[in-house]
Ligand binder design. Structure first.
Ligand code: ADP
Ligand code: MG
Length: 155
């Protein structure tokens, strides 16, 4: 995918309570304005990369880009599980992410158990691959330290 690494940011919105938090895998959802600006070659599926909430630390993350059943699959959704334990929810805060690599296409699961197993294995793969130099260096990208100025300039 030519567009990787892909950097974007936006305010965390409420999802549609698909219960990811109950599975201990909460996903911070991006608003449509961000999803609509995805380059055409970023297909649906699972990605890995780096994420930062507000101006704080940069953490590993996995991102799911998929068709949103709530809108009868006419709209894409983009949601990130950050591999970090947060003390509180951060709805409304600015989430900055660098999507750096692709793990697998979107797929359906016949049980909740197999979905959870797949997500756990995505998380393990993301952790491993992000330690490789070509990906780990992106954690230090200026993108993560220029938040305020970028937002003020409307980027
Ligand atoms: P929703 O359907 O509203 O997206 P989720 O069950 O997916 O609900 O929970 C997502 C929310 O959980 C995020 O918007 C964020 O405020 C919070 N959250 C707490 N920890 C994390 C984390 N490690 N990764 C992503 N979101 C988290
Ligand atoms: Mg969510």
């Amino acid at each position: 995918m030519k567009s990787l690494p892909f950097f974007c940011r936006g305010k965390v919105i409420r999802g549609f309570g698909r219960g990811s938090k109950q599975l201990a895998i909460p996903t911070a959802n991006f608003p449509d304005s961000v999803v609509e600006h995805l380059p055409a070659d970023i297909s649906t599926g699972i990605y890995f990369g780096w994420a930062c909430v507000g101006g704080s630390d940069v953490h590993k993350m996995v991102m799911s880009i998929g068709w949103n059943p709530y809108y009868k699959n006419t709209k894409k959704s983009m949601e990130a599980h950050i591999i970090h334990t947060f003390k509180e929810d951060f709805y409304g805060e600015t989430l900055s992410v660098a999507m750096v690599g692709y793990i697998r296409p979107e797929r359906g699961f016949d049980s909740l158990g197999s979905l959870i197993t797949a997500i756990r294995s995505d998380i393990e793969e993301a952790k491993k691959r992000l330690d490789l130099h070509e990906y780990s260096e992106l954690r230090e990208d200026n993108f993560f330290t220029t938040e305020t100025s970028q937002i003020m300039n409307g980027h």
